[in-house]
Design a protein around this ligand. Structure first.
Ligand SMILES: [Mg+2]
Length: 264
């Protein structure tokens, strides 16, 4: 039986028994009345040591465009990446798909972009993160339009030090601290993937459709909650855990196969 625990911290330690009991193994075939929201890293493409080298292959781009057509345009990538990064990763396909970047801070929908002004505090945070990355060779700096992040996948021993710095800067500069898989990010508060899905579901073309959100990370839980609250559901990618998602797919390859089912 599935259980939902909206008030707990998603990072809470959980037991294997709880995780396997709360999530069905496979989602249903995607309905033709769906609006589909897809996270990118860890969902459509594997997480790799160098996130700056992630690129969608030609087959994935073609699949996304075909599903976008099948759903009559009701498909958006909802990512923590900036729009500029999504353009680089997805190539020409990014110009056709709906996009929400930087955790719901910026959007491109039917060619029209929406984004707020970049807060000056981000530049101050960036300066400190640059120094930290320069002092630790294996730590990567990610500089985005609405965020700055440190990635330490290849140097996990540095995690507590990176988190301490990010915590301190978050307090001093009034920025939101976003923790992810082997990374910390500082970004403006007030935005998350739940907000992104609610915002996109307000587009006239999406009225009356069923929202489905697919994601892998703790940052995706807001998206799962939003989709469920609007009559849809979430699909958690990766090892089952406590989640607001109803369903589970094991990895990005399984997500691609599930997408292709819609086209068969
Ligand atoms: Mg992800």
């Amino acid at each position: 039986m599935r259980a939902c625990y909206p008030n707990i911290m998603w990072r809470k330690a959980i037991t294997a028994a709880e995780t396997t009991a709360t999530l069905p193994v496979l989602p249903p075939r995607l309905g033709g009345d769906s609006s589909l929201f897809l996270d990118l890293d860890g969902t459509l493409v594997d997480l790799i040591d160098r996130p700056d080298e992630v690129r969608a292959d030609a087959e994935l781009r073609a699949t996304l465009l075909a599903v976008h057509r099948r759903l009559e345009g009701r498909l958006a990538i909802v990512s923590g990446r900036s729009l500029a990064q999504l353009d680089e990763i997805l190539g020409a396909a990014a110009q056709e798909l709906g996009l929400s970047g930087s955790h719901g801070t910026e959007y491109r929908w039917q060619g029209v972009e929406e984004s707020p002004a970049r807060p000056a505090a981000l530049d101050a945070a960036r300066e400190e993160f640059v120094k930290f990355a320069a002092a630790h060779d294996a730590v990567l700096l990610e500089d985005k339009s609405f965020g700055v992040a440190l990635h330490y996948r290849v140097f996990p021993q540095i995690e507590s030090e990176a988190q301490a710095l990010a915590n301190q800067l978050s307090r001093e500069l009034g920025l939101f601290l976003q923790e992810g898989k082997m990374m910390v990010e500082l970004r403006p508060g007030g935005h998350d993937k739940g907000g992104a899905i609610r915002h996109l579901m307000g587009k006239p073309d999406l009225g009356g459709s069923t929202p489905v959100f697919v994601g892998d990370d703790v940052t995706d839980e807001h998206g799962f909650e939003a989709a469920a609250a609007m009559g849809g559901y979430g699909i958690l990618v990766g090892t089952p855990r406590y989640s607001a998602a109803h369903y589970n797919l094991s990895n990005p390859d399984a997500v691609r196969n599930w997408l292709e089912e819609l086209l068969s």
